[in-house]
Structures are given as structure tokens and as C-alpha cells.
Design a protein around this ligand. Structure first.
Ligand code: UDP
Length: 375
């Protein structure tokens, strides 16, 4: 990778080297465009950044498990990395009781001792009937209407309220639909056709994608553009849209996650990559044990991260957009302002204020590149 301080002129300035920025950069470079990427952090790869410690690839900004059903995206990422065969099987801990996630026959057997689909469905149907929900207007009503009261109380309510810092009655129902519900004994957390983690870590993958671009790290857009206003014909901005406009309509809300990272002088901590703590009283939502995302035979130590969700404030990392009415209206206001910014495109999770998965963001970048770069 070339780190270049000589300010030549570029076709594209890409602000933020996460997956949107890296994907668009890659396609633009393939087409012979000159690309400059800037990032305020001291590394590339955004939140999928992985770092090697004790021979373990640590997911520094939380677990990132790649999964997709888009053939185009799977083919695309496989150009830059070989993916391992990791399948995410998540364990939930509720006050010391252990359950399998996502909600499947193993979970229902552990909860109620039922063995068949019919038995499980009968228990759930009874609970749904008793809850007497007339109309689904929020996450609580959505969750109970899908899986009944027991699953909601033990496996959803506490976790969700910790993660979002809001009552389940104030959250949109779509969030819970991310989780599969199935009546087979299948513990795969995702329904997608393809799943895995790049061997060698995500950072290497992103470095490959942006080969040929000039990259400036530790560089804040606002400062940089003041000094170099004519650096590129076009700008792909993947930072927070409200920050671009100096918060002039108000601040968008985000949830953030803080990590307590611990190293142990023993080969195993919890025997699984992800354990969710679904009760309200434990302040973290989950513990990830990084070695289990990867080949893990020859490390004598292990590294874990406890994830503590909290409200975003300046100086922290904005992770999840908070989808409520206030923020939807506010983001529309910013999108109106964005229309007047000639040759600036607001993209990715922070630029669009959208809860994107990795594959969605890559697809979005590929499709944007199809349009933007068509001859
Ligand atoms: N969720 C839950 N219990 C769990 C795990 C997830 O209720 O043990 C809910 C929670 O509302 C969360 C949503 O499912 O916000 C989506 O979870 P996912 O694992 O997809 O979240 P991410 O990995 O994006 O943080």
C-alpha cells in the first residue's frame, strides 16, 4: 500500500476505509481511476479491522462473521481472501440457564422439553393467544407474536433493552426479524447460503482490495478538505452524515459498544465463539472468544471481549443507527441537504444512517459503482 502525501489530483476522494469505501475504491481502481482514501483512524478496514495478538485474529470492533446469499457478493469477496468454514452457533446464558440460539428445536427442547415441531408450535401458539396482541406496533409485540412469551422474556427482552438502551415497546419491530426462527434442530445463527471468516483476518482482505489507492490515515475529513478543497473530482463520503453538515439540523443518535478485552493464560475461556448474556442485570450483552472464529489449535492463550452497549457521544465510535421517528425525520432533512452537495455521495452505514450487514454494504457499493462508473 502506498501512503502518499504529495497532493496530486484524484478522480475520487473516498472518506472512510470501511467496506463501502474499500469496495468502491477497488472497482474504481480496476477501471483506471485515481483514488485517494482518507480515514480518521490509524488503520484501514473500518469496523471489520482485525489485529493479530498472541497468534489470534482479534475482532477489535466486535464480532464480524461474513454471511451472504448474494452470489455476486460471495464471488466478489473471494477474490481477496480465502474464507474458512466458520458457522456461527451462539449460546445464550439466562441467569445461568443455557440455551441454543437462534430460536430452534434445541431451544424449545431446552425450554419446554418438547421434541417435535408440532409440540413446539402448540406451546408457542398458546402463549401468543394468551398475550392477546391485536396489532403489531413495536418490537415487544412483534417478538411475542413470533415466538411467544417465554422466549421473549428469557432470550429477547433483557438483551434487546441492553443493546438499544430503550424499552422493547419503543423499538421498531424489524430488528427482531433479523434472527431466524426455525422448527428444526439447526443452530446456525444465519440462514444465508455462504458463511465464513477470511483466513488471515479482515484487515489483509481490505488491504488487498485497496491496492493501488493512495491512503492517508489519522486524517479527519473536515480538516483535510479545508486544506485541499480541489483534491478530487468527486467525493464518496462514508462518515456520519450529520457530522458532514456540522450537525446543523441536530445530532443523530447512535448506539455504541465498548469492549473489555481480557487475555488469559489458558487455551480456553468459554468453549465457543459467542455467548450471549440475555438477562438485564448483567451489563454486557455478549462475550466473544476470538480464537474460535479461526483455526485455534496451537495458541496457548485466549483473548475475550465483553461487549458493553451504551449511548453514543462524541469521542466514541458510532455503531448502530437508532431507528425511531425522530432520527428518521432528521436523516431525511440531512438527505435533502445532501442533494445540494454537488459531486458528493453519502454512502454506507453512517453516510446513509442504515443498519447494514457486511454483504448488503458490499452489494450497495458494487451497484453504486455499476452506475457511477459506467462508460
Ligand atoms: N437479540 C435478542 N437476543 C439475543 C440476540 C439478539 O433479543 O440473544 C435481538 C436484539 O434485539 C438484537 C437483534 O436480535 O438487536 C439482532 O441481533 P444480531 O445478532 O443480528 O445483532 P448484531 O450482530 O447486528 O449486533
Amino acid at each position: 500500500m502506498l501512503y502518499n502525501r504529495g497532493m496530486k489530483h484524484y478522480d475520487y476522494l473516498i472518506v472512510g476505509c470501511g467496506l463501502f469505501g474499500a469496495t468502491f475504491a477497488n472497482i474504481a481502481l480496476q477501471q483506471g481511476k485515481k483514488v485517494l482514501i482518507i480515514d480518521k483512524r490509524n488503520h484501514v478496514a473500518g469496523n471489520i479491522y482485525t489485529e493479530e495478538r498472541e497468534k489470534i485474529h482479534v475482532h477489535v470492533y466486535g464480532a464480524h462473521i461474513f454471511h451472504t446469499s448474494f452470489e455476486r457478493v460471495w464471488k466478489y469477496v473471494n477474490q481477496f481472501a480465502t474464507f474458512n468454514n466458520f458457522i456461527n452457533n451462539v449460546i445464550a446464558d439466562y441467569k445461568g440457564e443455557r440455551y441454543h440460539l437462534p430460536f430452534n428445536m434445541n431451544t424449545f427442547h431446552e425450554l419446554w422439553g418438547v421434541n417435535t415441531e408440532e409440540e413446539a408450535k402448540a406451546v408457542i401458539a398458546k402463549q401468543i393467544k394468551e398475550a392477546n396482541i391485536k396489532e403489531i406496533t413495536n418490537l415487544e409485540e412483534q417478538a411475542i407474536s413470533l415466538v411467544g412469551t417465554d422466549v421473549y422474556q428469557k432470550l429477547i427482552k433483557g438483551y434487546t433493552e441492553k443493546q438499544w438502551g430503550r424499552d422493547c415497546k419503543e423499538l421498531p419491530s424489524f430488528i427482531i426479524k433479523r434472527l431466524p426462527l426455525r422448527f428444526t434442530y439447526d443452530n446456525n445463527y444465519f440462514n444465508d447460503k455462504y458463511q465464513g471468516i477470511p483466513i488471515g483476518g479482515y484487515t489483509k482482505m481490505v488491504e488487498k482490495m485497496i491496492e493501488g489507492a493512495d491512503v492517508l490515515l489519522n486524517t479527519k475529513y473536515q480538516d483535510f478538505i479545508k486544506d485541499n478543497p480541489h483534491v478530487a473530482d468527486k467525493i464518496i463520503y462514508t462518515g456520519p452524515i450529520d457530522e458532514y453538515f456540522d450537525f446543523k439540523l441536530g445530532k443523530l443518535e447512535y448506539r455504541t459498544v465498548e469492549f473489555e478485552v481480557l487475555t488469559f493464560d489458558k487455551p480456553d475461556y468459554q468453549g465457543n465463539a459467542v455467548v450471549n448474556y440475555t438477562e438485564r442485570e448483567i451489563p454486557y450483552t455478549r462475550i466473544i472468544e476470538h480464537k474460535y472464529f479461526d483455526k485455534h489449535d496451537d495458541q496457548l492463550k485466549t483473548i475475550i471481549s465483553k461487549e458493553y452497549p451504551s449511548e453514543y457521544s462524541e469521542g466514541k465510535e458510532p455503531y448502530y443507527p437508532v431507528n425511531n421517528e425522530r432520527n428518521s425525520t432528521l436523516v431525511q432533512g440531512y438527505q435533502e441537504l445532501a442533494k445540494n452537495e454537488k459531486n458528493v455521495f453519502f454512502k454506507g452505514r453512517l453516510g446513509e444512517y442504515k443498519y447494514y450487514d457486511m454483504d448488503d454494504v458490499i452489494l450497495s457499493a458494487l451497484e453504486f459503482a455499476d452506475e457511477e462508473l459506467k462508460a
